[in-house]
Ligand binder design. Structure first.
Ligand code: ADP
Length: 527
């Protein structure tokens, strides 16, 4: 195979365009052969030479791989056979050689043909080959197969186009772009639907026209862009203005767009019309407010009823005591009856005091003033004390209370508050499980103190269980059972203030079990 590289040149190349053979006569045949070998063996580039008319005069392995011809098939053939027929018809191959003759070099990307007729996307450089006298001897041609790259680019373009079409057609979101100064540069169907401007009306306009005048006066649009530029993103829900001047409640996200060099290119803006959403939300808030007012009225009626209940027997007993005292000379007072009446009166006063104490606790809790006074105590001893104190009530309710507390359970807890927890759970069990056995268990498990109060009473319906710890919530009718619906709320607040939890397990008609899990607490010094 003969190639222009075979021509040995003597001196330096002149400054004319194209390649001059720099292989000197002094080059050893070895260097020459090495160069030939190198070119021949390159597989990623088709490297070939053409004579002055455009006939192939040398052919390397890369050319064979890319174009599919073996050297003996193509040497001497005109290079125009690599071009698609329409290019040949337009005289493109000749025109390119002409250009190289004039300017020394030609470069392009375009479709070329393989031997089997298939097309490939070629990156082509054609160079004039001149000898040292500046006389043209032929052309060097280097071709790369960029089909894969071209297809990838096209796929990317197609996907960008698809994405653009998708964005344009989205109806629920106004999606558009702003230039760095805040002028609208793109507009989609959603933007038209929400803001009512057609693209041709709004492109190039400043986006501040979507803001209410008072926001514009406060420079809000500019500040939004500034924040987006500084922090990458700006987000808000606020009023915006449609073309006809009406307001809508908008959820807005502005994202700053930077190029790889870090220059601010503009902003992407996504806006949703949340007017309906806001109206629903406002309606819901109104409903919640109404519910709260209703709950308060209901509570006031229950509370006044509850506070009044002990007063009637108290008044009766006091009146009867007064009559007894007035009607008897000192020596003949019926002491036994007086003592019984006084006991009833004292219990009613205590009941009133407890109710008022509960109300005070609720207001303390809602003002964040529930303070714990932790001291080292034994939960077992405390449980025994409370159970013993309530034995008379248990007898009255027809229930037995079994205490299972085999070992001391020491911890740092607020004694008075823990007593309140035990009392609330036990009195509930006596109230809602009257006539049935009650079991109180105190034990340690996995480093936690566990207190369980279990009854076999009326139980709680599954749908009501999650709410029994809420304030004022009662799962029974006030006609059947008294109570303010505060005991469990206060219990939970106390337990949680100690870092613990309280949970309920219950089956309607079969009974309930309330369990308190308490961490032992820090020593008072560390607390
Ligand atoms: P109340 O003063 O109404 O007893 P609580 O806060 O102590 O208030 O309890 C809230 C509601 O939980 C009660 O109204 C009742 O419906 C239900 N409840 C509490 N303890 C029990 C229990 N041991 N068995 C059945 N229901 C219970």
């Amino acid at each position: 195979m003969r190639s222009p590289l075979d021509d040995r040149m003597e001196s330096e190349p002149p400054g004319s365009g194209g390649i001059t053979y720099a292989v000197s006569r002094d080059n050893s045949p070895d260097v020459d052969a090495q160069l030939r070998l190198l070119i021949d063996s390159v597989r990623d580039y088709a490297i070939l030479t053409l004579d002055l008319e455009g006939h192939v005069s040398s052919w390397n392995a890369g050319a064979e791989r890319i174009k599919g011809y073996r050297a003996e098939e193509i040497l001497g053939q005109h290079f125009s056979r690599f071009y698609p027929p329409d290019d040949v018809a337009r005289g493109k191959p000749q025109a390119e050689l002409e250009l190289v003759r004039r300017e020394g070099r030609f470069e392009e990307e375009g479709w070329r043909l393989r031997k089997d007729g298939s097309r490939f996307w070629a990156s082509v450089v054609i160079t004039a080959l001149r000898d040292t006298q500046g006389v043209m001897r032929g052309f060097g041609k280097v071709t790369r197969d960029f089909t894969e790259r071209k297809l990838a680019q096209e796929r990317l373009l197609q996907s960008e186009e698809r994405f653009r079409l998708l964005v344009e057609s989205i109806q629920d979101y106004a999606i558009y772009m702003l230039d760095p100064e805040g002028r609208v540069t793109t507009w989609n169907a959603g933007a038209e639907r929400i803001k009512n401007y057609r693209a041709e009306e709004i492109l190039g306009q400043h986006f501040s026209r979507f803001y209410p005048p008072e926001d514009v006066a406060r420079n809000k649009p500019q500040r939004a862009l500034q924040q987006a530029a500084e922090e990458g993103r700006f987000e808000e829900e606020a009023w915006r203005i449609r073309k006809d001047g009406t307001r809508f409640w908008a959820s807005v996200i502005i994202t700053a767009l930077y190029d790889p060099q870090g220059t601010l290119r503009g902003f992407a803006k996504v806006t949703r019309d949340f007017t309906q959403h806001k109206q629903t939300q406002e309606r819901r808030e109104l409903e919640m407010l109404r519910d709260a007012v209703l709950a308060r009225d209901e509570f006031l009626s229950v509370a006044s009823h509850e506070l009044k209940t002990p007063l009637t027997p108290l008044q009766l007993k006091l009146t009867s005591l007064l009559r007894v005292v007035e009607g008897h000379p000192e020596a003949t007072l019926p002491v036994g009856r007086l003592a019984r009446d006084l006991d009833v009166a004292r219990r009613q006063v205590r009941k009133l005091a407890d109710l008022i104490e509960d109300l005070l606790d609720v207001s303390r809790i809602s003002m964040g003033q529930l303070r714990l006074d932790r001291t080292p105590i034994d939960l077992t001893a405390l449980a025994r004390e409370v159970v013993t104190r309530y034995t008379p009530q248990a007898v009255q309710a027809g229930s037995t209370v079994e205490l299972e507390a085999p070992a001391p359970i020491p911890g740092n807890w607020d004694r008075g508050r823990m007593e309140q927890v035990l009392t609330n759970l036990l009195t509930n069990a006596l109230k809602y499980g009257a006539g049935k056995p009650i079991r109180v268990r105190v034990r340690m498990d996995s480093g936690l103190a566990l207190l369980t109060v279990q009854d076999e009473g009326i139980g709680i319906a599954p749908e009501k269980q999650p709410r029994v710890f809420e304030r004022f919530v009662r799962a029974v009718s006030e006609r059947n059972y008294g109570g303010l619906g505060l005991g469990l709320f206060i219990t939970q607040q106390i337990v949680e203030a100690h870092g613990g939890i309280v949970q309920v397990r219950s089956t309607l008609g079969q009974g309930s079990s309330f369990t308190v899990l308490l961490p032992p607490g820090l020593t008072p010094k560390e607390d």
